[in-house]
Structures are given as structure tokens and as C-alpha cells.
Design a protein around this ligand. Sequence first.
Ligand code: NAP
Length: 247
Amino acid sequence: MSLTGKVALVTGASQGIGRACAVRLAKDGATVAVAARNQERLSEVTAEITAAGGKAAAFALDVADEEQVKSTVQSAIDQFGKIDILVNNAGITRDQLVMRMKRSDWDAVLQTNLTSAYLCIQQVIPSMLKQRWGRILNITSVFGQMGQAGQANYSASKAGLIGLTMAIAREVGSRNITCNAIAPGFIKTAMTEVLSDEFKQNAIKQIPLRRVGTTADIAGAVAFLASDDASYITGHVLSVNGGMLMG
Ligand code: NAP
């Protein structure tokens, strides 16, 4: 139970990768604040965690709403006294070729995937600075590293998260706060469920490990980077992609 005594906040924890991260961090001993818009699903996550003997509380949050980010993060700090681990995971896609991409779809993806991370980081940093310990984990994507046709908004938001990660790592490193990014490849979740079978089969052919990843694959990487074993790693982008992109 390497994270006993720590408090984690996971955004987008109502399903998929965020849910798996919340469950894993709780299993490792952290108290977890799970945040997303869908309160019914969040209740299922807290029920799963408490049934397994862990501690969790649900916080309704639209990360695209600046005022909600401020008030919700403060509520979590008020309830638990601090935030030690922040997992910026909430994310959306609004795919279209750039020629046809609506400005509103560009803005929605940048706001939800990138600006939200900046806002959450800004809200948790005072708590981390005070205790001189913190772990900030940003869920980026292989497409933030290599780009993807039809996903200019998504790729830009995820590449932006990598720059944000390195800048924050430099700003707060002297206070024993690390900031890292995890770059998943092709993971089986609702986000990828909508892709055609043909696309999925072709994608798997490009993956040396010849399978799609699981949410547990990502949660394991997050748990490692949140742990003391990763205390000398910062500003790093950890690829969890089955070898889809190397180097
Ligand atoms: P998912 O199943 O669609 O889950 C997305 C999560 O984000 C949901 O819990 C959703 O909760 C939350 N969310 C979306 N908009 C939000 C908002 N405005 N405010 C608060 N929460 C919001 O997708 P996933 O695959 O688990 O994706 C999780 C993260 O991994 C994303 O950042 C995604 O870009 C990244 N990623 C995924 C893959 C993949 O292959 N699946 C690959 C690379 C990176 P509510 O709807 O309840 O708000």
C-alpha cells in the first residue's frame, strides 16, 4: 500500500482510463476524489472502491467550466485537507479534417483536454507546495506525439499537455513536486469503441505487442509515477502503447 495517507484527485473518473486509475490508486492506499460530469457513474466508482475497503468520494465536475474547477477542487481540499496526487485525465474527441473543423469543436477539445489541466494544476499547487510533496500526472496520447489525421484539435491538445508537463516540472521541481505525462496508445474504452472494426484491425497490425491496451495498463503506469519509486522522474512522457511509437 505505497500510497497510504495520500489523497488523489482523478478527473474523468466516471469511466474508462480515469475510473481504472481511481480504482488502482485506492487499491494502493490513496483516498481518491473522483470527478466527472456523470454523477450516477461516479457513485458506482466510489461504491466499487469502498466495497474493496478503499476510501473515495465523488465530485460532480465539468472540467471545461473554470468556476466549477475552482470550487470543486477547493471542496475536495476542504473535505480531505490536501491533494497529493492530481491525475488530469478528462478528455474528449471531436474528429474532423481541419478543412471542415468547426471552431466550436476546436475550442471544446482544447478547453476540455488542455485548459482544464492548467486550471486543475493551478488549483492544487498551493496545497502541494505547502507540504513539499506532489505528483501531477497528465494523460496525453500517442497522437500528441505523432499527430493524427482528422484529429488536429485532439493532437494539438495532447501535444500541448506535453509542453505543459515539462514547464510545470521545471517550475515546481525544487519543491519536491513531480509532473509527468502518460501517453497511451490504443486503449479499449468507450472513446475507441466507436472506431470501425477495419480501423481497429489495421491499428493492431501497427502495434508490435499485437493487442490493444487495457485501462489497467494505463492505471499501472499512473500508480508507478505516483509512487515513491518514481520520486526522481519528472518532466517525462511515459509511452504506454505496445510499441506503436518508439523513441
Ligand atoms: P472515455 O471512456 O470516453 O472517458 C472520458 C472521461 O472523461 C469520462 O469519465 C468523462 O466523464 C470525462 N470527461 C469528458 N469530458 C469531461 C468534462 N467536460 N468534465 C469532466 N469530465 C469529463 O475515454 P478514455 O479512453 O477513458 O479517455 C481518458 C483519457 O485518456 C482521455 O484524456 C483520452 O484522451 C486519453 N487517451 C485515451 C486513449 C484511448 O485509446 N482510449 C488513448 C490515448 C489517450 P463524464 O462524461 O462523466 O464527464
